[in-house]
Structures are given as C-alpha cells and as structure tokens.
Design a protein around this ligand. Structure first.
Ligand SMILES: [Mg+2]
Length: 403
C-alpha cells in the first residue's frame, strides 16, 4: 500500500458535503499511547475542535467515559475544571466500552441492553482477578515482595465499569526477555478465561467475551493473542467485555443516533442498542440497506490506530486483527454498498511509550498487507500530534462554512 498523507481530497469533501460524520477511536489517535493509562493527556485544542464539529462527530472507543480511569477525567484535567465540560458541553460525545456506554457532550451517560446480573458480575471481576494476579506474578517473579506485587497489581488491573481489564505494560517493563512477556500474556489470558467460566457457572452462559488488544484476528469467535516479538510488543491488554460489545456494532448505534437527530426518527428504532445489532458483517450491511435510505447516509470518516496484519509463514496467509479493524472495515464496506466514498484514516501510534510497528521504520508491515480488504485513504505517520493538527484545522473550517 502506498503511504499517503495527502489530505487535500478529503478536505474538499469535508468542506463541500452536506452530510458528513466523523467516527473516531481515542487512544493512539487523539491521545498518545502511554504505558500507564492514568497519565493520558488530551490537548485543549482538540477538545474545542471536536465541539466545533458538534453532531458530525462521535468517538468510538474501548476505553470508558466515566470513572476514575475515564476519558472524562482527562478532559477535566486538560481544561482545569470539573464544571466547565458539563456546562459548555465539552465532553467527547459517542460510544465507549466498545459500543456499550453512550454519552452526550454534557456527559450524560446512557447504557442499554445490559442486565442487572451482568452489571453486578462485572463489578465483581476485579475482585476475582486480584488473587489470581498475585499467584501468577509470584510464579513468574519469585523474588518479588508483596509491596511490589501490590504496586503492579494496581497498575495492571483496571476496575472499569463495563470492561474490567488486565494490562501487561507494567510487568512488561520488568521482563528481561520475550519468553517472560509471552508467559505473562498466556497466563493472564488463562486467568481471564477462568473468570469467563465462573460467570458461566453463575448462570451467565452467554454474557461475556475477552477482547485482546492488539490481537491477530479471531477464530470461532475467540480473539487470538499476539505474542511479543523483538520489534512488536504484541498484545498489551485483555478486556472482559459484554458479548456484542464490538466497535462495528457501535457504528450501527451511532448511525441510528445520527440519522435520528437529523430526521427526528431513528431508522433502527428508539431503543436500539449494541445487543440488537446483527452479528456478521454482511448481515449488518443488509440491515442498514433495509432501514436506511441512501440519501440519509452520511459520508463517514473513520479514524483508528490499532490494525494488525501478520504473515503466517506455514500457510502463506495473513492473520489480521486489531480493535479498530472491524469498525473501519464496516465503514468502508458500507460506503461501497451505498455508492458513497467513505474515508479511512490510519494514525501511526508507534511514537508513544508502547512499542508498536512504525510506518517510518518498517512501512505497513505488521499493520496491513497487499491482500488486505481494508484500505487506508490517509496515513498520519507522525501520530496523534499530526492528526490533531489536521483535525483542528478542518473542524474550524467546517464550522466557518456552516455558521
Ligand atoms: Mg486506539
């Protein structure tokens, strides 16, 4: 794939079209990747630019809006106020927790399609994780004392409301070689599967799944772990998610809202949520064709940073995954099917603290391949900083034209 960062064509489309919609991932796109998620930063300019796009902008992230680890806290820090974002509507509107947690720009949260039993179990997952975490770390790092284990546990286990997570970065840092890193990945994958089993034994047979990030795609509905290698750290976290929480299902929810806002009637129904979305990609397309009138579909600009493609030598094929793949592929395909040119932007997030394939060092290797159906229209090789600069400029221009 030719690497192009030419934005002129897309700018023309954004400035001349009636009906456009940004759907954008957060981490690695507008927030540089960091090892400790509690230290994430978001630029003020970006927050105001997103506000300028108003209803033509949604985020779609697997992180969460609320809670102490939520993006809302980053926004409050960045603006230096707990009240201003709510007052002025400066929170990032859209879906978090991979399509489960919706909020508007005033920070009003909405989540549907989840049972009380599921919510209660999710709240209990970090408690189930902690003793298991301790045992694993004791086995892998026998010298480590309890204080240090607690330190790593605090950094590694995220007690988020809809997506409790184990993150490996803190343990990776003290791992001397890839062998240990791979053990960390595999042991914690096993731990998370044990918790899925506990859920099943408590009657939640079909409630949850594991989202591994980044991954190597999935097999029979199970996401494949990406083992650490010398030039690519591989999977860095595993999220415990509600079944159906997938970014491409999130696109359907966002389109329902977007069109509903414009027309006064939501095409998929008032209470449509992530659990109502058809499972397969083709089924989702057929669903859209059934309920959305072509003239109502906006030109979508999809933005993400986590896309993987790794060659499998044995079978001469590619394992493709990454948490942004499903929604970007869907946006692209939806455009083809409706005769619209949707645009896909890839942001190279390898500049952050987390080791990922870099387009500057190794081209598109590890990210995409020539047989990949997902094609990028623009690649921001200089990462979030370059994207934010462009986004701020274009949001401002669009605002001027519309107002
Ligand atoms: Mg990301």
């Amino acid at each position: 794939m030719e690497i192009t960062s030419k934005t002129l064509g897309l700018e023309k489309i954004i400035l001349s079209s009636q009906n456009i919609l940004f759907i954008q991932d957060i981490d690695g796109v507008c927030i540089p990747l960091v090892k400790d998620p509690m230290t994430r930063k978001l630029s003020r300019e970006y927050i105001f630019a997103a506000k300028k796009l108003d209803k033509e902008f949604f985020v779609l992230t697997c992180g969460e809006h609320e809670g102490k680890r939520g993006v809302n806290r980053i926004i409050e820090r960045s603006l230096g106020s707990k009240y201003k974002p709510r007052q002025d509507g400066l929170y990032l509107r859209g879906l978090a927790a991979c399509g489960v947690e919706y909020q508007d720009s005033k920070g009003v949260i909405n989540f549907e399609g989840i049972s009380k039993e599921e919510l209660d179990f999710l709240a209990n997952v970090p408690k189930l994780m902690r003793p298991k975490f301790r045992l694993i770390v004791k086995e892998l790092f026998p010298q480590m004392d309890d204080n240090l284990i607690n330190f790593h546990m605090k950094k590694s286990i995220c007690d988020t409301r809809f997506s409790p997570t184990v993150n490996f970065n803190s343990l990776f840092e003290i791992s001397e070689n890839n062998l240990i890193k791979i053990k960390i990945q595999r042991y914690f994958e096993k731990m998370m599967n044990e918790i899925i089993s506990i859920g099943k034994s408590r009657g939640l047979r079909d409630s949850f799944f594991l989202h591994i990030s980044p991954n190597l795609g999935s097999k029979n509905g199970v996401e494949l772990l990406k083992e650490s290698k010398n030039n690519d750290i591989g999977s860095t976290d595993i999220q415990f998610l509600l079944k159906g929480a997938q970014k491409d299902a999130g696109v359907l929810c966002l389109l329902n809202k977007f069109i509903g806002d414009k027309k006064g009637k939501k095409p998929f129904g008032e209470n449509f949520n992530f659990r109502d979305a058809p499972i397969g990609k083709n089924e989702k397309i057929a669903f859209c064709k059934k309920y959305i009138e072509p003239k109502d579909l906006p030109i979508i600009i999809g933005v993400g940073d986590t896309i993987t493609s790794n060659q499998i030598r044995k079978s001469n094929s590619f394992a493709r995954g990454g948490s942004d793949r499903s929604f970007l592929e869907f946006i692209q395909l939806l455009g083809y099917e409706f005769g619209i040119k949707n645009n896909i932007i890839f942001v190279d997030s390898s500049y952050g603290e987390v080791f990922r394939p870099s387009t500057r060092k190794t081209g598109m290797k590890g990210i995409t391949d020539k047989y990949d159906i997902l094609k990028f229209d623009i690649i921001f090789q200089d990462g979030p900083e370059e994207y934010i600069k462009w986004f701020t400029k274009i949001a401002h221009k669009r605002y001027q034209i519309k107002n």
